[in-house]
Each structure stands twice: as C-alpha cells, then as structure tokens.
Write a protein that binds this ligand. Structure first.
Ligand code: CP
Length: 377
C-alpha cells in the first residue's frame, strides 16, 4: 500500500537538511504529501476517533479565513479544536478584515487595503495555523453566471499559494479552485473504515446533473482519495466532463502504484456493476469553461439519467453511497438512496473532524519545532 509517489518534499520552504525529514509547513495539496504520510495521518485519525489517543491543543489557536460559505468545514475545525482544548477564530475576509491584495508590485490605490506580505506574517504571530477557503466558483446565485478568470488562471490558486509563501504558520486549504484536500482525507478515512481492505474494490465517482456549474476542487480530491488505496477507480461522466488532466494523471499513477486502476467512462450500467462505493459529485465542464449559461442549456437532456437512484445502486455489490454534502435531494441522488442503509454521508462528514484533528496535531508539532529553531538557532 505504501508509496512515495507524491513525496516531492525537497522544495518545501520549511525543509531543513540538518534535521532529517523535511518539514511540511502547509497542507495546500495532498500532492505535496506522500501516500505514506497520508496513511499515517489516517491511522492517527482513526485512533483519535476511537478514543485511543488524545491530542493536546491547549493554548493552540487557528484562524479560519472563509471567502465562501461553509457548514462542515467551519464547524468541524472549530469543534475539533475546541474538543481538545484549542480555539478557532472565524474570519470573513473583507467583512471582518481589510480587503486583501496578493499580487506582486501592485500600486494599492484601488479597493485592496492590506497585502498578504504583511497580513500572513502578522497573523502567524497570533495563531498556530491558518485555514483558507477561497473558491471562485462558489456563488450564492441560482445560476453560475460569471467567474473572473480562465480555468488555467484559477487552477493556480494564486491567493492561497501567495499567502502560504508569506506565512510562517502552516496554511491549510479549506477548499480552493483546484483541491479540497481535507475532504480527500475524510473520504480516504471513510473508505478505509467502511470497506476494511480497500485493495481490489471498485470505487465509482459519478458526475451528477445540477443546475449550476459547481467547482472542480471536490471531485478532484475525491478522485485522488480512492486512487491511493489500491482500488479500481472508475470515473463515470458524460462526454465533456473530464477533470483536470494533471489530477487524472496523478490519480492514475497513484492507483497503479497501489495495485489498482483508473478507468474513465460514460457507460452508466457498466460503471455501477459490482461497485463497492459510489460517490456522487456535480461539477462544471472545463471544456466549456466560462460559457455557463450555454452549459446549463446543453446539459439539460442529461438530467434524467445522471442521478443516483435505487435502480443504479441495485446493480452494485451492496455499495456504500458517498457525498461530500451539502446535497440537493432528488437532484443528485434520490431520497431512497440518501435515506437508505448504505448511505454513509453523515459518517463521511463526521470524519472531516477526526482527519483534520490528526492533521492539526502534526502541523502544530512541526510549527512548534520550527518556532523553537527560529528563536534558538
Ligand atoms: N463538504 C464541505 O466542504 O462542506 P461545507 O461546504 O459545508 O464546508
């Protein structure tokens, strides 16, 4: 199971040659972490969940910067910290703070008032970790009408990465345009917990119809979640709804390195046949990026077939049903599926908290070591 596919650690800015393994200051992407490290985190999360180990977060403070709405991410971090003696500060940038700038060399005589070059190191003097949710496709509007930037621009997650570069404190990605790595951790944990031995089992990530063009971060992370567990991963989607090619390539490498496989198909019947886990996700098309109104009309005929229902779940090998939540009932999955015995969506949401507690424990420890070194070189 163990592999070091994604262990590109030497470029980590916290790396220190004299102290053995390089430090990982941030959790922006699981692609920066090896599968061994992710496995260790999950093992730790399961122990904490079972009450076999108790982290000590006394005196630890985390700032949560939410540019977008959230229920699970916000509350699971706040609750996870509070349960073990720590504290979280919920901050809505621009409403609770000045308007942040992250671009280099900008003459700040417009709407932006504070550069992350100051904001990030200042916050790091107060808190021990910073979480950032910034997704340009998450909008409260009924339809996805306008997004500033091409996919090529948005996938770079410029704000979050620039912030992290200037932050001595660890930065956790709470969902960017490209990835939702905390969801990935929780989904990996849920697959392990529910399926036991995951090797050789079949995981289906299915696109589902939705009126809006939703973000790609979560399906990216869901594809990655199953791909490092030795599973036979099937990405079921209609033509035109492929995920980012770099994510697909990494998922394929991870799947093959752990004895599994990755297949991409639009054959609904074949995909569901014999599946052990079905994960539903709606997302917008990279191919028709920016033409959201056209996409909405074009995908209307897909609506009746691209929903998870009892008939499809009946073709599986008693598969568990997964979704990151929130979910629009009877749009992405029927009431019968969500209310059925094989739906694990609430357990999956609970695992967000345990996985993140294990992550915080590690990041706090590394930050403490770095701070000690900084003060006493
Ligand atoms: N799954 C997830 O990230 O949920 P929230 O948007 O409620 O945080």
């Amino acid at each position: 199971m163990a592999s070091d596919l994604a262990g590109a650690t030497s470029s980590c800015p916290g790396a220190s040659a004299k102290r053995g393994p390089p430090l990982k200051r941030h959790f922006l992407s699981t692609l920066d972490w090896s599968l061994d490290e992710l496995d260790d985190l999950l093992a730790r999360a399961l122990r904490i969940k079972r009450g076999e180990s108790t982290p000590d977060f006394r005196g630890k403070v985390m700032a949560l910067l939410f540019f977008n709405a959230s229920m699970r991410t916000r509350v699971s971090f706040e609750a996870g910290l509070a349960r073990f003696g720590g504290h979280a500060l919920y901050v809505q940038p621009s409403r609770d703070t000045y308007v942040f700038e992250h671009r280099e060399g900008v003459v700040m005589d417009g709407p932006t008032q504070e550069h992350v070059k100051e904001a990030a190191p200042v916050l790091a003097r107060y808190v021990h970790a910073v979480g950032i949710r910034k997704s340009d496709l998450v909008t409260p509007a009924a339809t996805t009408a306008e997004v500033s930037g091409t996919w090529k621009e948005l996938r770079a997650d410029d704000f979050m990465r620039t912030y992290a570069r200037h932050s001595p404190a660890p930065v956790i990605n709470l969902e960017s345009n490209y990835e939702h790595p905390c969801q990935e951790l929780a989904d990996r944990m849920t697959l392990r917990e529910k399926l036991g031995e995951t090797r050789g089992k079949k995981y289906v990530l299915t696109w589902t119809w939705h009126p809006k063009s939703l973000p790609l971060a979560t399906p990216h992370s869901q594809l990655l979640s199953a791909s490092g567990l030795g599973m036979n991963v099937v990405h079921l989607r209609p033509e035109g709804y492929d995920l980012d090619p770099d994510v697909v390539a990494t998922a394929k490498k991870r799947a093959e390195a752990t004895g599994g496989s990755l297949e991409i198909t639009d054959d609904i019947d074949a995909a569901y046949a014999g599946a052990h886990a079905v994960c539903a996700k709606s997302y917008g098309s990279i191919k028709s990026w920016g033409h959201f109104e056209k996409e909405r009309k074009d995908k209307e005929p897909l609506r009746p077939r691209w929903i998870v229902d009892s008939d499809k779940m009946g073709r599986t090998d008693d598969a568990i049903f997964m979704h990151c939540l929130p979910i629009r009932r009877n749009v992405k999955a029927t009431d019968a599926v969500l209310d059925g015995e094989r739906s694990v969506v609430v357990d999956q949401a609970e695992n967000r908290m345990w996985a993140q507690v294990a992550l915080l424990e590690r990041l706090f420890q590394e930050f403490q070591e770095m701070e000690r070194e900084r003060r006493m070189p």
